[in-house]
Design a protein around this ligand. Structure first.
Ligand SMILES: [Mg+2]
Length: 172
């Protein structure tokens, strides 16, 4: 039953997401992780590459909402320049914050995608609600012990994922 952890897509970084394709799938809202997804976890503010990408997504018509497990201060500092809807201490993978974010955007789960760097929080949490899931590679190696521990089973999931793709049995 590793399939329940499989992302719908894996890309290196958010800039590699095909936003046009996503829009054509009927996705209108994006739930965004911050740490190691939009910026490295040591970076306090949104940098130019994150801001540029966020602007592009907005220009294409996407609604955006930050859904982060980080503390209020971290999320607010990051959000200072971009001023998106934001949920902090989201307790991902629990579904409450995903539901709230989807409701904030006025959309249905099936019209949204979650974008994050962790299988057991960003991906698993989104999938359970029928949200489209996109896994990015973590931007930086420096991670908390708790996150590092989760990377071991995560590697196992991703190994299975790539095996399934090879066999043409992925859930895409
Ligand atoms: Mg993250």
């Amino acid at each position: 039953m590793v399939e329940k952890f499989f992302p719908d897509e894996i890309v290196d970084k958010v800039q590699d997401i095909d936003l046009g394709k996503l829009w054509n799938k009927g996705i209108k809202g994006l739930l965004l992780d911050i740490d190691n997804t939009l910026v490295p976890s040591y970076m306090k503010e949104a940098d130019n590459s994150a801001i540029k990408w966020i602007k592009e997504a907005k220009n294409r018509g996407f609604k955006l909402c930050i859904v982060s497990n980080a503390a209020k201060r971290r999320v607010e500092k990051f959000n200072e320049r971009i001023k998106l809807n934001a949920i902090y201490r989201a307790l991902k993978p629990m579904s409450g914050s995903f539901r709230r974010a989807v409701a904030l955007m006025g959309l249905k789960p099936g019209e949204t995608a979650t974008i994050g760097d962790q299988v057991f929080t960003d991906i698993y949490g989104g999938k359970r609600l029928g949200i489209y899931t996109i896994l990015v590679k973590p931007l930086h190696k420096k991670e908390s012990l708790f996150v590092r521990l989760k990377r071991y089973p995560e590697r196992y999931i991703l190994k299975k994922y790539y095996e399934a793709i090879k066999k043409g049995k992925s859930n895409r």
